[in-house]
Structures are given as C-alpha cells and as structure tokens.
Write a protein of this length. Structure first.
Length: 470
C-alpha cells in the first residue's frame, strides 16, 4: 500500500482528481487531496452534481486552513506542509495548468498545494500532468518551463495528447488519458510488475493506444519515422518505444534527413521525430517543409542541441511542429510521440481522402459547395457548360486545390470537375476551413472574395473561346 498525494489546480479538468482518488483507493492505497482555490471552484460544481461523492471527498481533502491554524500554537509540533510532503510516497498534479507549471519552474510557492510539493523530499517524484489549450501549450515561455522541469529528477512531466478541447479547438495540449496517469504513478512507486503493466496498457482503449475508440481495428499500427544521426540515441529511442507500445508502432529509423526524405516520397507515416541539423545533405527543415505540403497531416517533433531561440522554435510552433531541446528527457519524448499519434477525441472536421477512377465526376456545375479538395495524385479536368457545349477551363494537377471558390463566396459550384485518370484527393470540410479563416483578420476574407470575383469575371470572358474537343 502506498501514500498518494493528489493535487488539483484551476483547470476544467480538475475533477480528474476525484476519478484518480476513487481509482487509487479501490486499488488499496491511501490518498490525500489538495486543491488550489481556483480548482475548488471546478470541484465544487462537479460535486454539487454528484452529491454522493462529497462525504468521501471531504474525508480525504486536506484544507489549507491547517497551515494557518498550526501557527496559533507558539511552538507547533506539526508543520503541515512539511508533514504532508513526508507522508506522500508520490505526488500527482493533475491537472497542471499553464500558471501552476510556471510557478513550479520559477520556484514560486504562493499557495498551500505548491508549498507541499516544494517540501516533498527530493527522493520522491512529482508527476505533472499538463492540460491546456493548444495555443497555451505552444507559448514559448511555457515551453521553456517544461524544459526546466524535464531537466530535474524530482518532476516528471507526463506529456499531453492531441484532442478536442472544451473551447472546441483541436490540437496538442489535451490531458493525457486517465490510464496513462495511473500507469505512470505506479511506475514512480516501483510497484508495477510486467503483468500489471501489460494489463494497464491493454486497458487504455481496448485497442491500440492511439485510436481513442474501443471498436477500432485491433490490427491498426501507426508508423513513425525516426530521423536521428546519433546511433546510440536512435537505439535508445527505438527500444523505449517498443517497450511502451509493443505491436502497435512500426518504426523506420534513418541516420540522415536525405535518406528519410527519399523514403518518405514513396511512403506515408503518421508521425516523424527528426533532428534539425545534419552534417551533409538535407536538413530537418527540408523534411518539415516536405511534410507540410497540401494534403499531408503528419505529426512532427523536431529536436536539436541548439537553443529554442537559435532553432526558431516559435516559427516551428506556427507550423504545428513540436520542439524538444537536447539532451531530452527520454520518457517525456516517448510520451510526446504517443501523444502526437493518439487522437483521443477525434477532430470534428478531420482531413479525409477520396479516390476517383478515370472519368469519375467529382462534382457538377450548380451543385452546393460543402467541401474543398486537394489533388494528391492524378489529374482533374475543369469544364463549364455554355449553351449546348462544354468549355474547358483547365486542369488541376497534384498540389492544386479545387472547390475553394464556393467556399469563399458561398455560391453553388461554378464548374464540373472530372478525373482524367485515377486520382487521389484530400478532402476538407468547408466548416473546418471556414473556422480557420474566421480566426484571421477580416481583410483576409475580403481580399479572397475580391480575387474570386475577378476570377469569375475573367472566366466568363474566356468561356466561349475554347470548346471541348469531342
């Protein structure tokens, strides 16, 4: 039996503390609960809707008021924040907000829970479970705070995952799955034997770790490209990933970006971890540029011995590329790879694909416009009806987009699109694209509408000049 201290800070995932408390007590462990003032607001509303849990919560909760009352005695025998730290075998901060992580990294202890964590003996672990919006996760100051915690032995940051946020945003920063938190807590306690670990891993989803769905195909395997010039680091990463995700991850390792780039021209992967700097040939930036082409949705983690400033980590963040400086914390990077692959709550309007055979019609003139298409391979012919004949307007080749005019001015399709050969398309739902555009300044939409208007007028002028050959 272990003593587990659970700390909640003021995020919307604060009720995770209650789920963890019930799980650890069920497994036979002693649990104490601490919460910041902001966390108590979320916990109070959660418990108000689940009144049956309130007595148990109060029984395990350790109020900050104990610290105040202790000093009413001239020579107190008990210093609460010290005794709480000594009592615990491990502490779990879940959720850990952007603010609380910043305070941990800066050495600030301005509330009781942080004071207890600071007083936790240096031989014990504090598991930090971040949970926040993607923009907060990518904030450069927050990323530096994560680096500082990862450089210590006391604090173990459990990397978040990709998922749907309460705000409706989708991205990296969603709290790690519940079973991952439990699993990591038991690892820190050293009580996780192989059979228990296998059980916990299998209990995460009922399938592979990154499906997020219990009915996902059991044979689904994710593919990772590991691009690292250091042979020893490649080996260590590969072994750690195989241990963590057995039979669920196919790893392709490369010593150079040039070799990886050549291989990726013919093969698809779900995620890439790449060094930025190579002595010869292509760089990691070349690899990132290749993977950020239209129609590709590959999760990328970049790493380098250079500082965040030298590498341009903020610029990488704008490309949705995660950056980890070397030397990195191996468990954190392994968790980050799992987090990039795990979809959790799937993107509501995710990128999908469609395949057309030669002669197949993608859409016809006058149809409502609900999707935008990117040509991945093959070719599309664009025609428009004028009177009793078809006028050829042009072709769309790989890397080009069709259907965007209906998106900008919300009008019916202005042309008919037909595949001239077998064609592979990436499909974007218009609501997904419109949501991204709405986040831009208003003049961006006005500019696009103006350009589309000019294009439609030009098209009207040339429609009757080139009849389609029969």
């Amino acid at each position: 039996m272990a003593n587990i201290l659970l700390v909640a800070t003021g995020g919307t995932r604060a009720p995770t503390q209650i789920d963890l408390w019930e799980r650890f007590v069920k497994d036979g462990h002693s649990v104490r609960l601490l919460a910041s003032d902001r966390a108590l607001r979320f916990l109070a509303s959660h418990l108000a809707r689940r009144a049956s849990k309130l007595p148990g919560f109060l029984r395990h909760y350790r109020p900050a008021m104990r610290e105040t009352f202790a000093y009413f005695i001239e020579k107190p025998r008990d210093v609460p924040h010290i005794s709480e730290g000594k009592w615990a075998n491990v502490a779990v901060m879940a959720p850990a907000t952007c603010n609380s992580v910043g305070k941990l990294a800066a050495g600030v202890s301005d509330n009781y829970p942080l004071l207890v964590l600071r007083a936790l003996p240096r031989t014990k672990k504090v598991i930090v479970v971040p949970s926040m919006n993607p923009e907060m996760w990518y904030d450069p100051c927050f990323q530096r705070n994560i680096d500082l915690l990862n450089a210590t032995e006391k604090y173990r940051v459990l990397c978040p995952t990709r998922g749907q946020m309460l705000s409706g945003d989708f991205g990296f920063g969603a709290q790690a799955p519940f079973e991952d938190i439990v699993n990591e807590t038991y690892r820190a306690l050293g009580i996780l034997d192989k059979s228990t670990e296998a059980f916990l891993r299998g209990a995460r989803t009922g399938a592979v770790p990154w499906t997020g769905e219990a009915d996902a195909p059991a044979g689904e395997i994710a593919r990772l490209a590991l691009v690292e010039p250091d042979a020893e680091l490649r080996r260590a990463l590969t072994e750690a990933l195989v241990r963590e995700y057995p039979d669920a991850l196919e790893i392709h390792a490369f010593a150079s970006a040039s070799d990886a780039l050549e291989w990726l021209r013919e093969n698809h992967v779900s995620a890439v971890l790449t060094e930025i700097d190579f002595e010869n040939g292509a760089s990691g930036f070349d690899l990132i540029q290749h993977l950020r082409r239209p129609g590709e949705e590959v999760q990328i983690i970049a790493t380098s011995e250079r500082s965040r400033r030298e590498v341009g980590a903020e610029r990488l963040g704008r490309l949705d590329v995660l950056f980890v400086p070397k030397p990195f914390n191996l468990p954190f990077v392994v968790g980050m790879i799992g987090g990039t692959l795990r979809t959790g709550a799937r993107r509501r309007n995710a990128l999908t694909t469609r395949v057309l055979g030669a002669g197949d019609v993608l859409f016809r003139e006058g149809d409502p416009g609900t999707e935008v298409f990117i040509v991945r391979s093959g070719r599309l012919r664009i025609t428009r009806r004028e009177g009793d004949r078809d006028v050829e307007l042009g072709f769309a080749d790989p890397g080009e987009m069709v259907g965007e005019m209906a998106f900008v001015d919300q009008s019916p399709r202005s042309a008919t699109i037909t595949a001239t050969e077998p064609t592979d398309l990436a499909v974007l739902d218009l609501e997904s694209v419109r949501g991204a555009l709405d986040a831009q300044p208003p003049w961006v939409r006005l500019m696009l509408q103006s350009l589309i208007g000019h294009l439609r007028k030009t098209t009207q002028k040339v429609m009757s000049t080139r009849p389609l050959a029969s």
